[in-house]
Design a protein around this ligand. Structure first.
Ligand code: MG
Length: 434
Protein backbone atom coordinates (compact mmCIF):
# COMPACT_ATOMS: atom_id res chain seq x y z
CA UNK A 1 0.00 0.00 0.00
CA UNK A 2 1.18 3.51 -0.78
CA UNK A 3 2.10 5.82 2.08
CA UNK A 4 -0.97 7.53 3.57
CA UNK A 5 -1.23 11.33 3.66
CA UNK A 6 -0.75 13.23 6.94
CA UNK A 7 -3.67 13.84 9.33
CA UNK A 8 -5.23 17.29 9.24
CA UNK A 9 -3.62 19.23 12.03
CA UNK A 10 -4.71 22.11 14.19
CA UNK A 11 -1.30 23.67 13.53
CA UNK A 12 -1.83 24.57 9.90
CA UNK A 13 -2.56 28.28 10.12
CA UNK A 14 -4.17 28.55 6.72
CA UNK A 15 -6.67 25.83 7.47
CA UNK A 16 -10.09 25.88 8.97
CA UNK A 17 -8.81 23.38 11.53
CA UNK A 18 -6.71 26.10 13.11
CA UNK A 19 -9.75 28.31 13.50
CA UNK A 20 -11.67 25.39 14.92
CA UNK A 21 -9.30 24.61 17.74
CA UNK A 22 -8.21 28.12 18.57
CA UNK A 23 -11.42 30.05 18.09
CA UNK A 24 -14.42 27.80 17.85
CA UNK A 25 -13.95 25.23 20.59
CA UNK A 26 -13.47 27.81 23.39
CA UNK A 27 -16.69 29.50 22.22
CA UNK A 28 -18.53 26.20 22.46
CA UNK A 29 -17.14 25.65 25.96
CA UNK A 30 -18.16 29.17 27.05
CA UNK A 31 -21.66 28.47 25.86
CA UNK A 32 -21.79 25.26 27.88
CA UNK A 33 -20.67 27.24 30.94
CA UNK A 34 -23.40 29.86 30.23
CA UNK A 35 -26.04 27.15 29.94
CA UNK A 36 -24.97 25.61 33.24
CA UNK A 37 -25.09 29.04 34.92
CA UNK A 38 -28.51 29.92 33.52
CA UNK A 39 -29.97 26.59 34.63
CA UNK A 40 -29.01 27.23 38.26
CA UNK A 41 -32.38 28.40 39.56
CA UNK A 42 -34.48 25.98 37.50
CA UNK A 43 -32.30 23.03 38.51
CA UNK A 44 -32.35 23.98 42.20
CA UNK A 45 -36.17 24.02 42.02
CA UNK A 46 -36.43 20.71 40.19
CA UNK A 47 -33.51 18.73 41.67
CA UNK A 48 -32.76 20.33 45.07
CA UNK A 49 -29.69 21.89 46.68
CA UNK A 50 -27.29 19.00 45.85
CA UNK A 51 -27.80 19.68 42.18
CA UNK A 52 -26.52 23.25 42.50
CA UNK A 53 -23.27 21.91 43.95
CA UNK A 54 -23.01 19.61 40.96
CA UNK A 55 -23.62 22.53 38.59
CA UNK A 56 -20.71 24.35 40.26
CA UNK A 57 -18.58 21.25 39.83
CA UNK A 58 -19.45 21.03 36.10
CA UNK A 59 -18.75 24.75 35.59
CA UNK A 60 -15.35 24.31 37.30
CA UNK A 61 -14.47 21.37 35.04
CA UNK A 62 -15.45 23.32 31.91
CA UNK A 63 -13.36 26.29 32.94
CA UNK A 64 -10.35 24.02 33.61
CA UNK A 65 -10.83 22.35 30.23
CA UNK A 66 -11.01 25.72 28.48
CA UNK A 67 -7.76 26.75 30.11
CA UNK A 68 -6.01 23.49 29.14
CA UNK A 69 -7.13 23.98 25.56
CA UNK A 70 -6.08 27.60 25.26
CA UNK A 71 -2.66 26.98 26.80
CA UNK A 72 -1.99 23.87 24.70
CA UNK A 73 -1.68 21.48 27.63
CA UNK A 74 -1.36 17.72 27.22
CA UNK A 75 -4.49 15.63 26.81
CA UNK A 76 -5.09 13.82 30.13
CA UNK A 77 -6.80 10.47 30.87
CA UNK A 78 -10.49 10.41 31.83
CA UNK A 79 -11.45 9.89 35.46
CA UNK A 80 -15.10 8.89 35.17
CA UNK A 81 -16.46 5.38 35.09
CA UNK A 82 -18.50 5.18 31.88
CA UNK A 83 -18.78 2.28 29.42
CA UNK A 84 -16.25 3.93 27.09
CA UNK A 85 -13.73 5.30 29.64
CA UNK A 86 -11.25 2.46 29.16
CA UNK A 87 -11.46 2.74 25.39
CA UNK A 88 -10.72 6.46 25.57
CA UNK A 89 -7.82 6.07 27.98
CA UNK A 90 -6.33 3.32 25.81
CA UNK A 91 -6.55 5.67 22.81
CA UNK A 92 -4.75 8.43 24.73
CA UNK A 93 -1.98 5.96 25.58
CA UNK A 94 -1.79 4.87 21.94
CA UNK A 95 -1.56 8.49 20.71
CA UNK A 96 1.24 9.09 23.21
CA UNK A 97 3.25 6.11 21.95
CA UNK A 98 2.90 7.04 18.30
CA UNK A 99 4.10 10.61 18.69
CA UNK A 100 6.72 9.85 21.31
CA UNK A 101 5.04 12.49 23.46
CA UNK A 102 1.64 13.06 25.05
CA UNK A 103 -1.09 14.32 22.72
CA UNK A 104 -1.57 18.11 22.94
CA UNK A 105 -4.40 20.36 21.85
CA UNK A 106 -2.64 22.19 19.01
CA UNK A 107 -0.21 19.45 18.04
CA UNK A 108 -2.29 16.27 17.84
CA UNK A 109 -4.63 15.43 14.95
CA UNK A 110 -7.56 17.80 14.84
CA UNK A 111 -10.17 15.03 14.78
CA UNK A 112 -8.71 13.46 17.89
CA UNK A 113 -8.69 16.55 20.10
CA UNK A 114 -12.07 17.75 18.87
CA UNK A 115 -13.69 14.41 19.83
CA UNK A 116 -11.78 14.47 23.12
CA UNK A 117 -13.20 17.88 24.01
CA UNK A 118 -16.79 16.65 23.79
CA UNK A 119 -15.90 13.55 25.80
CA UNK A 120 -14.30 15.73 28.49
CA UNK A 121 -17.53 17.74 28.85
CA UNK A 122 -19.28 14.44 29.48
CA UNK A 123 -16.61 13.41 31.97
CA UNK A 124 -17.78 16.23 34.25
CA UNK A 125 -21.45 15.32 33.81
CA UNK A 126 -20.83 11.59 34.25
CA UNK A 127 -19.37 12.22 37.69
CA UNK A 128 -22.60 13.80 38.95
CA UNK A 129 -25.16 11.84 40.94
CA UNK A 130 -28.19 14.03 40.31
CA UNK A 131 -27.28 15.65 36.99
CA UNK A 132 -25.68 12.68 35.23
CA UNK A 133 -28.29 12.91 32.44
CA UNK A 134 -27.77 16.61 31.77
CA UNK A 135 -27.44 17.48 28.08
CA UNK A 136 -25.73 20.89 27.88
CA UNK A 137 -26.80 21.30 24.24
CA UNK A 138 -30.45 20.30 24.67
CA UNK A 139 -31.92 23.81 24.59
CA UNK A 140 -30.02 24.72 21.44
CA UNK A 141 -31.16 21.54 19.68
CA UNK A 142 -34.76 22.18 20.68
CA UNK A 143 -34.55 25.76 19.41
CA UNK A 144 -33.11 24.55 16.11
CA UNK A 145 -36.21 22.38 15.72
CA UNK A 146 -38.83 24.92 16.80
CA UNK A 147 -37.17 27.64 14.70
CA UNK A 148 -37.56 25.42 11.63
CA UNK A 149 -41.19 24.41 12.17
CA UNK A 150 -42.59 26.27 9.19
CA UNK A 151 -40.06 24.70 6.84
CA UNK A 152 -40.69 21.29 8.45
CA UNK A 153 -44.45 21.54 7.89
CA UNK A 154 -43.97 22.48 4.22
CA UNK A 155 -41.60 19.56 3.71
CA UNK A 156 -43.80 17.02 5.51
CA UNK A 157 -46.89 18.18 3.65
CA UNK A 158 -45.00 17.51 0.42
CA UNK A 159 -43.83 14.09 1.67
CA UNK A 160 -47.42 13.18 2.58
CA UNK A 161 -48.58 14.05 -0.95
CA UNK A 162 -45.93 11.80 -2.44
CA UNK A 163 -46.45 8.82 -0.13
CA UNK A 164 -50.19 8.96 -0.90
CA UNK A 165 -49.60 8.56 -4.62
CA UNK A 166 -46.56 6.31 -4.55
CA UNK A 167 -48.40 3.00 -4.95
CA UNK A 168 -49.53 4.06 -8.41
CA UNK A 169 -46.11 5.50 -9.27
CA UNK A 170 -43.92 4.16 -12.10
CA UNK A 171 -40.28 3.15 -11.53
CA UNK A 172 -39.19 6.45 -13.09
CA UNK A 173 -41.43 8.39 -10.67
CA UNK A 174 -39.92 6.53 -7.72
CA UNK A 175 -36.40 7.31 -8.96
CA UNK A 176 -37.36 10.95 -9.15
CA UNK A 177 -38.88 11.05 -5.64
CA UNK A 178 -35.86 9.30 -4.20
CA UNK A 179 -33.42 11.61 -5.99
CA UNK A 180 -35.27 14.62 -4.62
CA UNK A 181 -35.36 13.38 -1.02
CA UNK A 182 -31.72 12.31 -1.19
CA UNK A 183 -30.85 15.90 -2.07
CA UNK A 184 -33.14 17.21 0.68
CA UNK A 185 -31.28 15.04 3.22
CA UNK A 186 -27.99 16.21 1.70
CA UNK A 187 -28.75 19.92 2.06
CA UNK A 188 -30.44 19.39 5.41
CA UNK A 189 -26.86 18.84 6.54
CA UNK A 190 -26.14 22.55 6.21
CA UNK A 191 -27.86 23.13 9.59
CA UNK A 192 -25.10 22.32 12.06
CA UNK A 193 -24.68 23.95 15.46
CA UNK A 194 -21.07 22.88 16.00
CA UNK A 195 -20.00 24.69 12.82
CA UNK A 196 -21.78 27.91 13.77
CA UNK A 197 -20.13 27.64 17.25
CA UNK A 198 -23.60 26.80 18.51
CA UNK A 199 -25.28 29.98 17.30
CA UNK A 200 -28.86 29.47 16.24
CA UNK A 201 -28.99 27.70 12.89
CA UNK A 202 -32.54 26.91 11.87
CA UNK A 203 -33.98 26.25 8.43
CA UNK A 204 -36.37 29.14 7.84
CA UNK A 205 -36.89 28.91 4.08
CA UNK A 206 -38.52 26.03 2.27
CA UNK A 207 -35.78 23.66 1.19
CA UNK A 208 -37.96 22.60 -1.76
CA UNK A 209 -37.60 26.08 -3.30
CA UNK A 210 -33.83 25.88 -2.95
CA UNK A 211 -33.20 22.40 -4.38
CA UNK A 212 -33.06 23.28 -8.05
CA UNK A 213 -30.80 26.23 -7.45
CA UNK A 214 -28.46 24.12 -5.29
CA UNK A 215 -28.09 21.21 -7.69
CA UNK A 216 -25.09 22.71 -9.50
CA UNK A 217 -23.26 22.90 -6.14
CA UNK A 218 -23.19 19.11 -5.79
CA UNK A 219 -19.56 18.49 -6.70
CA UNK A 220 -19.86 14.70 -6.84
CA UNK A 221 -23.26 13.19 -7.54
CA UNK A 222 -23.37 9.37 -7.47
CA UNK A 223 -27.19 9.16 -7.24
CA UNK A 224 -27.41 6.80 -10.24
CA UNK A 225 -25.05 4.27 -8.61
CA UNK A 226 -26.97 4.54 -5.33
CA UNK A 227 -30.24 3.84 -7.15
CA UNK A 228 -28.71 0.86 -8.92
CA UNK A 229 -27.49 -0.50 -5.57
CA UNK A 230 -30.92 -0.08 -3.96
CA UNK A 231 -32.70 -1.92 -6.75
CA UNK A 232 -30.22 -4.61 -7.76
CA UNK A 233 -29.91 -6.20 -4.32
CA UNK A 234 -33.25 -7.90 -3.68
CA UNK A 235 -31.93 -10.17 -0.92
CA UNK A 236 -31.12 -7.67 1.86
CA UNK A 237 -34.09 -5.75 3.20
CA UNK A 238 -32.33 -3.46 5.69
CA UNK A 239 -30.92 0.00 5.07
CA UNK A 240 -28.76 1.88 7.58
CA UNK A 241 -28.53 5.64 8.12
CA UNK A 242 -25.74 6.95 10.35
CA UNK A 243 -27.29 10.21 11.53
CA UNK A 244 -25.67 13.58 12.08
CA UNK A 245 -27.64 16.52 13.52
CA UNK A 246 -30.93 16.95 15.37
CA UNK A 247 -33.40 19.68 14.33
CA UNK A 248 -34.24 20.22 10.66
CA UNK A 249 -31.58 17.81 9.41
CA UNK A 250 -33.04 14.90 11.39
CA UNK A 251 -36.44 15.57 9.80
CA UNK A 252 -34.86 15.40 6.33
CA UNK A 253 -33.25 12.06 7.27
CA UNK A 254 -36.57 10.69 8.51
CA UNK A 255 -38.12 11.79 5.20
CA UNK A 256 -35.43 9.81 3.36
CA UNK A 257 -36.15 6.79 5.59
CA UNK A 258 -39.87 7.13 4.80
CA UNK A 259 -39.29 7.33 1.03
CA UNK A 260 -37.01 4.25 1.11
CA UNK A 261 -39.81 2.24 2.73
CA UNK A 262 -42.52 3.77 0.54
CA UNK A 263 -40.60 2.82 -2.63
CA UNK A 264 -40.55 -0.78 -1.36
CA UNK A 265 -36.74 -1.02 -1.32
CA UNK A 266 -36.47 -2.04 2.36
CA UNK A 267 -38.47 -3.45 5.25
CA UNK A 268 -36.40 -1.90 8.00
CA UNK A 269 -34.44 1.34 8.29
CA UNK A 270 -31.84 1.13 11.05
CA UNK A 271 -30.77 4.53 12.27
CA UNK A 272 -27.65 5.21 14.32
CA UNK A 273 -27.48 8.08 16.83
CA UNK A 274 -24.94 9.15 19.43
CA UNK A 275 -24.63 7.65 22.91
CA UNK A 276 -23.84 11.07 24.42
CA UNK A 277 -24.29 14.77 23.58
CA UNK A 278 -21.77 15.24 20.77
CA UNK A 279 -20.53 18.03 18.46
CA UNK A 280 -23.33 20.23 19.87
CA UNK A 281 -26.17 19.22 17.59
CA UNK A 282 -25.75 15.47 16.97
CA UNK A 283 -28.82 13.30 17.56
CA UNK A 284 -29.04 11.31 20.81
CA UNK A 285 -31.81 8.80 21.62
CA UNK A 286 -33.46 11.48 23.76
CA UNK A 287 -33.39 14.03 20.91
CA UNK A 288 -34.89 11.44 18.58
CA UNK A 289 -37.78 10.70 20.94
CA UNK A 290 -38.28 14.39 21.72
CA UNK A 291 -38.51 15.11 17.98
CA UNK A 292 -41.19 12.45 17.44
CA UNK A 293 -43.11 13.64 20.54
CA UNK A 294 -42.95 17.24 19.31
CA UNK A 295 -44.28 16.21 15.92
CA UNK A 296 -47.14 14.27 17.57
CA UNK A 297 -48.09 17.28 19.71
CA UNK A 298 -47.90 19.78 16.86
CA UNK A 299 -51.02 21.64 15.76
CA UNK A 300 -49.66 21.58 12.19
CA UNK A 301 -51.40 18.74 10.34
CA UNK A 302 -48.52 17.15 8.40
CA UNK A 303 -46.20 17.29 11.42
CA UNK A 304 -48.81 15.60 13.64
CA UNK A 305 -49.50 13.00 10.93
CA UNK A 306 -45.87 11.94 10.60
CA UNK A 307 -45.40 12.13 14.38
CA UNK A 308 -47.98 9.35 14.70
CA UNK A 309 -46.75 7.42 11.66
CA UNK A 310 -43.11 7.47 12.73
CA UNK A 311 -43.87 6.55 16.36
CA UNK A 312 -45.64 3.49 14.97
CA UNK A 313 -42.65 2.69 12.80
CA UNK A 314 -40.51 2.45 15.93
CA UNK A 315 -43.16 0.27 17.63
CA UNK A 316 -43.48 -2.15 14.71
CA UNK A 317 -39.70 -2.16 14.10
CA UNK A 318 -39.82 -0.91 10.54
CA UNK A 319 -37.55 1.74 12.03
CA UNK A 320 -34.89 1.07 14.65
CA UNK A 321 -32.61 3.44 16.50
CA UNK A 322 -29.39 2.36 18.20
CA UNK A 323 -26.67 4.52 19.76
CA UNK A 324 -23.44 2.51 19.88
CA UNK A 325 -20.45 3.85 21.83
CA UNK A 326 -18.22 3.46 18.77
CA UNK A 327 -19.65 6.56 17.07
CA UNK A 328 -18.44 8.74 19.97
CA UNK A 329 -14.93 7.28 20.23
CA UNK A 330 -11.99 9.02 18.52
CA UNK A 331 -11.58 6.12 16.09
CA UNK A 332 -12.12 6.59 12.39
CA UNK A 333 -14.18 4.07 10.46
CA UNK A 334 -11.25 2.06 9.07
CA UNK A 335 -10.70 1.12 12.73
CA UNK A 336 -14.28 -0.12 13.25
CA UNK A 337 -13.49 -3.74 12.46
CA UNK A 338 -10.86 -3.81 15.24
CA UNK A 339 -12.62 -1.70 17.86
CA UNK A 340 -16.31 -2.50 17.23
CA UNK A 341 -16.38 -5.80 15.38
CA UNK A 342 -20.03 -6.58 16.22
CA UNK A 343 -21.13 -3.23 14.79
CA UNK A 344 -19.08 -3.94 11.65
CA UNK A 345 -20.65 -7.40 11.36
CA UNK A 346 -24.14 -5.98 11.86
CA UNK A 347 -23.83 -4.34 8.42
CA UNK A 348 -23.61 -7.76 6.79
CA UNK A 349 -27.32 -7.78 5.88
CA UNK A 350 -27.72 -4.15 4.82
CA UNK A 351 -28.33 -2.96 1.30
CA UNK A 352 -26.50 0.32 1.80
CA UNK A 353 -25.26 2.53 4.63
CA UNK A 354 -25.89 6.27 4.33
CA UNK A 355 -23.39 8.36 6.29
CA UNK A 356 -24.70 11.82 7.05
CA UNK A 357 -22.59 14.89 7.50
CA UNK A 358 -19.13 16.25 7.90
CA UNK A 359 -17.85 14.36 10.96
CA UNK A 360 -18.87 11.00 9.46
CA UNK A 361 -17.13 12.03 6.24
CA UNK A 362 -13.96 12.99 8.13
CA UNK A 363 -14.04 9.61 9.88
CA UNK A 364 -14.58 7.80 6.57
CA UNK A 365 -11.48 9.51 5.14
CA UNK A 366 -9.50 9.16 8.40
CA UNK A 367 -9.35 12.99 8.49
CA UNK A 368 -6.26 12.77 6.29
CA UNK A 369 -5.02 15.44 3.94
CA UNK A 370 -5.86 13.55 0.71
CA UNK A 371 -5.17 14.81 -2.74
CA UNK A 372 -8.74 15.85 -3.80
CA UNK A 373 -8.59 13.61 -6.89
CA UNK A 374 -7.88 10.44 -4.89
CA UNK A 375 -10.76 8.01 -5.56
CA UNK A 376 -13.29 7.83 -2.69
CA UNK A 377 -12.83 4.05 -2.44
CA UNK A 378 -9.07 4.47 -1.79
CA UNK A 379 -9.65 6.99 0.99
CA UNK A 380 -11.85 4.48 2.87
CA UNK A 381 -8.66 2.45 3.50
CA UNK A 382 -10.37 -0.95 3.56
CA UNK A 383 -13.61 0.11 5.29
CA UNK A 384 -16.08 -1.83 3.15
CA UNK A 385 -18.65 -3.47 5.49
CA UNK A 386 -21.33 -2.95 2.78
CA UNK A 387 -21.98 -0.53 -0.08
CA UNK A 388 -22.04 2.97 1.36
CA UNK A 389 -22.93 6.53 0.47
CA UNK A 390 -21.69 9.73 2.12
CA UNK A 391 -24.12 12.67 2.08
CA UNK A 392 -22.13 15.66 3.13
CA UNK A 393 -22.20 19.46 2.87
CA UNK A 394 -18.51 20.47 2.84
CA UNK A 395 -17.51 22.06 6.15
CA UNK A 396 -13.91 20.88 6.67
CA UNK A 397 -10.88 21.13 4.42
CA UNK A 398 -10.72 17.62 3.09
CA UNK A 399 -12.36 16.00 0.10
CA UNK A 400 -11.85 13.03 -2.21
CA UNK A 401 -13.10 11.85 -5.58
CA UNK A 402 -12.98 15.15 -7.48
CA UNK A 403 -12.26 15.16 -11.21
CA UNK A 404 -8.89 16.63 -12.32
CA UNK A 405 -9.23 20.43 -12.46
CA UNK A 406 -12.51 20.50 -10.55
CA UNK A 407 -10.94 21.88 -7.38
CA UNK A 408 -9.32 24.75 -9.31
CA UNK A 409 -12.62 25.58 -11.05
CA UNK A 410 -14.70 25.68 -7.86
CA UNK A 411 -12.00 27.64 -6.04
CA UNK A 412 -12.34 30.41 -8.63
CA UNK A 413 -16.09 30.56 -7.96
CA UNK A 414 -15.95 30.45 -4.17
CA UNK A 415 -12.79 30.78 -2.06
CA UNK A 416 -14.44 29.22 0.98
CA UNK A 417 -16.01 26.31 -0.90
CA UNK A 418 -14.44 23.70 1.37
CA UNK A 419 -15.85 25.04 4.60
CA UNK A 420 -18.95 27.19 4.10
CA UNK A 421 -21.47 24.36 3.65
CA UNK A 422 -22.65 25.67 0.25
CA UNK A 423 -21.02 22.81 -1.68
CA UNK A 424 -21.64 19.13 -1.19
CA UNK A 425 -20.98 15.55 -2.25
CA UNK A 426 -23.08 12.42 -2.75
CA UNK A 427 -20.21 9.90 -2.80
CA UNK A 428 -20.89 6.19 -3.31
CA UNK A 429 -18.67 3.14 -2.92
CA UNK A 430 -20.17 -0.21 -3.96
CA UNK A 431 -17.43 -2.45 -2.61
CA UNK A 432 -18.35 -4.92 0.15
CA UNK A 433 -16.02 -7.29 2.00
CA UNK A 434 -18.71 -9.32 3.72
MG1 MG B 1 -23.04 17.17 13.77
Amino acid sequence: MEKLPEPLSAQDKSSFAYLTIRDRLPVILSRVADTVYRKKVAIKDSHGEDATHELKFIAGCISKLRNELQTNKAVIPLKDNASDTEVWNASIAAETDKEGQEPKWFVSPWLYVECYMYRRIMEAINQCKVLHELDPFEEQKMKAFTGSEEAIEVLLHYLKDITEKIEAATEEDKDEYFTEFLQIALWGNRCDLSISASQENSQTESILDQLHHLESNILINDTKQVLHCLKSNTRDRNIDIVLDNAGFELITDLCLAEILLACGWADCIRMHGKAMPWFVSDVTARDFQWTLDSLCKSSRPAMAYFGRQWSQRLENSSWKLTCEDFWTTPYDFAEMKTHASSLYESFRDTKIIFFKGDLNYRKLLGDLNWNPTTPFEVTLRGFHPAPLCALRACKADLIAGLAPGQKETVEKQDKKWMINGNWSVISFCGKSNQ
